[in-house]
Ligand binder design. Structure first.
Ligand SMILES: [Zn+2]
Ligand SMILES: [Zn+2]
Length: 217
């Protein structure tokens, strides 16, 4: 194909679906595979119980939070596009993350639920969990829900995070299951930690959580 024809086709694609790769700017692509792959370099895991880097002195046998990359640059842009209107970005990110993260020994992947007051039309964590689940052959199940309004995760103060207790979450039918939690970004780890406590309270075993990105520690 000639360069001119290729440019014309990508311009047509862009007009039909106005999106461009956040890394290289290629039109008609939410993100190109060769641009996404180098963004995924898993940082050291964090403790699922307290969010500290592992090995955590307080929780030696505790769960872990594994992330596929750092929440900065192109990966941050990609997550923001997923949280905007580009649902398909979740499938791309989940599929790519499954390649760099180690498949857990789990029966279910459970996404962090959308906040009760969220204006979003889909749960980005569920879209990621479904893509991970397809790659790992593990069922993705939105088994958790908020029981009451909680402060928005971004911009939560230490006091607000402290106030986030496991009873903010309820679980459906996870007793006896071994579950891995899924979210888009791990900031302090407090939401995942409270969700893990709530799942254990509902009878599940929670050895791990997975996120696309974690904020640099
Ligand atoms: Zn690109
Ligand atoms: Zn810990």
């Amino acid at each position: 194909m000639s360069g001119a024809l290729r440019s014309l086709l990508s311009l047509c694609a862009h007009m039909l679906w106005p999106v461009s790769c956040p890394v290289c700017g290629a039109m008609g692509e939410v993100i190109c595979e060769p641009c996404l792959t180098p963004l995924l370099k898993p940082p050291p895991p964090r403790c699922l119980e307290c969010g500290e880097p592992v090995p955590c002195k307080l929780h030696r046998g505790g769960g872990r939070i594994y992330s596929a990359g750092l929440y900065e640059g192109g990966l941050r842009e990609a997550v923001l596009m997923l949280k905007g209107k580009y649902r398909v970005m979740g499938a791309r990110l989940g599929r790519a993350c499954a390649r760099v993260l180690v498949r857990p020994d789990a029966d279910l992947l459970v996404p962090v639920p959308l906040h009760l007051d969220s204006p979003r039309r889909y749960n980005q964590a569920l879209v990621i969990a479904e893509a991970l689940g397809r790659a790992w052959d593990i069922e993705a199940l939105p088994a958790a829900r908020w029981t009451k309004d909680a402060p928005s995760r971004s911009g939560m103060s230490a006091a607000q995070r402290e106030a986030l207790t496991p009873d903010f979450f309820a679980f459906d039918s996870v007793a006896g299951a071994r579950i891995a939690l899924v979210d888009d970004v791990c900031t302090t780890g407090s939401t995942l930690s409270r969700l893990a406590e709530a799942a254990r309270g509902a009878g599940a075993d929670v050895p791990a959580a997975f996120t696309v990105a974690q904020t640099p520690y």
